[in-house]
Each structure stands twice: as structure tokens, then as C-alpha cells.
Design a protein around this ligand. Structure first.
Ligand code: AMP
Ligand code: MG
Length: 350
């Protein structure tokens, strides 16, 4: 997908994509129910097998729409906009679902020492990467907005089912985690309908249920951050997992030859430049993987690796701007290096 707007180029690619020809459709005997929607600012693809598939797919599409309307800050209405409008004024009562996502976002903000910051909204709005008129803000403006970026000033009160942003002008932005949550909700709906085998890709957030219908694990391609879409650096083989990727190639604009991407460093106000160009996280819970992919992208290789290694059952793939690929210890037997460009190097030593 490529749009040219006012001289800026916005490119949306899908980092982790189901490898075509590996779905085992034929072995299953029955084709999957497939659905493609444009929601949450991206293309969402579902591929669902078995008797309950058609109903499950429909319910998932409706649920994703619901999540988007509750959690977006790019359209009016919804719960997060309500929270933001009351910043510096009062606490607002929110659904348990939205509170849960906010809580997880705060937890990863803490775990990453603010590399992931759920209150990144003012900076995201200033750069306008999601608008038709992205811009490079003045340093002074960024410094002012960085003061509003402070997850410690988002207070959640489960007892009253409410949340409050304490500083006027603060904006919570769930863009780095909401698609992850949506993936978990999708899997829960598939299960509810008795589905045993399903795949959903929310713009680079892949989540799979069970195995492929032919009984073999899913093979998920890890996008080459500098290659055309669907050129892979490697393949991971998974079942019942989320494989979530973040990168500087997913959404960006260029001005005067400089690339400005959509993942911001709360400590500088500028797009993160930690030395990574892509991160992929493999975990049981897609929401965790989503927060971690964004967090580790900001943290960089060393700190990102340390954070992932401190968590149970989480694996990662990091791609550096030197075009080196590093994976966590637990993934070493399960990452197949497949780069065809010849530009990347798989560094197997830890
Ligand atoms: P992802 O594609 O999951 O890495 O998320 C990127 C999105 O998360 C951006 O489009 C912003 O909406 C938001 N975001 C950007 N930088 C940060 C950050 N440092 N912490 C939390 N969310 C961020
Ligand atoms: Mg993310």
C-alpha cells in the first residue's frame, strides 16, 4: 500500500506474514473461511478452519470494530478519547476491557522504564505520522510535550472502574498495544466457536490458534525490514502463539531525505534510533508481545534482550541497522534464516 501525500510517502507493510503455500489447505480437505478487513489503521486477515469458522470470523470482525471504536484516538468518540478529554480534570469510568488494556500498557511502561509509554499521545499527534500532513516539530515543542509523556501520571482505580490522567493535555495512546489485545480477543472467539485451527494477521501482528489443519505447526515469515513486502529474513514455526513485529518501515514519512518513523522515544521526543530496524516478539499472549515489540524497538538490542530474557516464555528476534539478526536463546532451534537478499547476517552467538 503506498500513498503519496503532499510529497510525503507513507508505506504500510506487513512484517510477519503467513507463508503462502504452507497453510495445508489441501490436507485439511476443506478450505478455510477467509476474511479481509481494513480496521485499526491496517489490513486484517483471518483464515479460519472447521465447522464454526464462518460464524467465528463474523463475530471477530464485529469485535475488532468494537475495540477500535473504544480505543482509537484517531477518530472521535470512544473510551480513550473520553479519558483524554478529562485529563487534568477528573477520573472517568471505563469498561473493564479498556481498563485491562490500560493496565497492561502501564505495566509495560514500568517494565521498560518508560521506553514504552502509554501517554506518548501528545508526541504522536505532534508528528502527525497518522495524518495526511506529517511534520517535524520544533525542538522546543517536543520538549514541552515530553513533559506530558509520563505514564506514572495515569492512575487506574479498579475499585471505581475508572482511570485518570493527572496532567491537563496528557493523551493516552494505545496504538502500540491495542492490536495485540484485539488478537487475543479474536483467538478467544475462535475457541468459543469450537475452532481448532486459525490464523489472524493484524497488520504484522500474527496470532495462531492450534496447529495447521494438517496437524503441522504454522510457519510464520519475519519480514525483511529493507526488502519488498513478503521478503523474509527467516521463518519461525509455532502453534498457539503470537508473533508480533515492530519496525521503522511500518509507517513513516520522509522529509529532506530523512526517514521519520512512527515509534517515538519518550526520552528524546524523536523517532527511536536505538540501532534496531525491526523487532519480533513471540509469546503466548498477543497483547504482551505487542507491547514488548514496541518497547524493545525503543530500548535497542542490549536492553531489549535483557528485558525479554527477564520474562518467562517470551522469545525475540532483533534486526539491527548493521543488518545483523539476533535471536533469544530459546528460539535458536526454531529460527530458520532464509534471507535471499544476501545483505543480512544471522549472528548465532549470544
Ligand atoms: P507498534 O506498531 O506496535 O510498534 O506501535 C506503534 C504505535 O504505538 C505508534 O503508532 C504509536 O501510536 C504508539 N507509540 C509510538 N511510540 C510509542 C512508545 N514509545 N510507547 C508506546 N507507544 C508508542
Ligand atoms: Mg506494539
Amino acid at each position: 500500500m503506498r500513498r503519496t501525500i503532499f510529497g510525503f510517502v507513507v508505506i504500510v507493510l506487513f512484517q510477519a506474514i503467513l507463508l503462502s503455500g504452507c497453510t495445508g489447505d489441501a490436507a485439511a480437505g476443506q478450505p478455510p473461511v477467509e476474511e479481509e478487513d481494513f480496521m485499526m489503521g491496517t489490513v486484517i486477515t483471518q483464515k479460519v478452519y472447521g465447522a464454526g469458522a464462518a460464524d467465528a470470523v463474523k463475530e471477530v470482525s464485529a469485535k475488532l470494530k468494537d475495540i477500535e471504536s473504544r480505543m482509537t484516538i484517531n477518530q472521535p468518540g470512544g473510551e480513550v478519547n473520553r479519558l483524554n478529554a478529562a485529563a487534568g480534570k477528573e477520573a472517568v469510568v471505563l469498561s473493564g476491557e479498556t481498563l485491562g488494556v490500560l493496565e497492561t500498557a502501564v505495566r509495560y511502561s514500568e517494565l521498560s522504564s518508560g521506553a514504552f509509554d502509554v501517554t506518548i499521545g501528545p508526541l504522536v499527534k505532534a508528528w502527525g505520522v497518522f495524518t495526511d500532513q506529517p511534520r517535524v516539530p520544533e525542538k522546543g515543542e517536543l520538549e514541552r510535550l515530553m513533559k506530558l509523556t509520563d505514564y506514572r501520571r495515569l492512575k487506574i482505580d479498579r475499585g471505581h472502574s475508572s482511570a485518570q490522567l493527572e496532567i491537563e493535555g496528557q493523551i493516552a495512546d494505545l496504538g502500540g498495544i491495542a492490536k495485540g489485545h484485539a488478537g487475543d480477543e479474536a483467538i478467544a472467539i475462535y475457541r468459543k466457536h469450537g475452532v481448532k485451527s486459525a490464523y489472524i494477521n493484524l497488520g504484522g501482528n500474527v496470532v495462531v490458534l492450534g496447529k495447521k489443519p494438517d496437524g503441522t505447526p504454522w510457519r510464520i515469515g519475519i519480514q525483511n525490514p529493507r526488502g519488498p513486502s513478503q521478503s523474509y529474513l527467516g521463518i519461525v514455526t509455532v502453534e498457539d502463539k503470537a508473533v508480533v513485529s515492530s519496525g521503522d518501515y511500518e509507517r513513516y514519512f520522509e522529509k529532506d531525505g530523512v526517514r521519520y518513523h512512527h515509534i517515538l522515544d519518550p526520552k528524546t521526543g524523536y523517532p527511536a534510533s536505538s540501532g534496531l530496524i525491526g523487532t519480533s516478539i513471540i509469546a503466548d499472549v498477543s497483547m504482551d508481545a505487542d507491547a514488548l515489540s514496541t518497547a524493545t524497538f525503543v530500548l535497542g538490542l542490549e536492553k531489549g534482550m535483557k528485558l525479554v530474557n527477564s520474562l518467562q516464555g517470551v522469545e525475540a528476534i532483533f534486526v539491527t541497522e548493521e543488518k545483523e539478526i539476533y535471536v533469544t536463546e530459546g528460539l535458536k532451534g526454531n529460527f530458520k534464516f532464509t534471507d535471499q537478499s544476501g545483505e543480512f547476517r544471522y549472528v548465532e552467538k549470544s
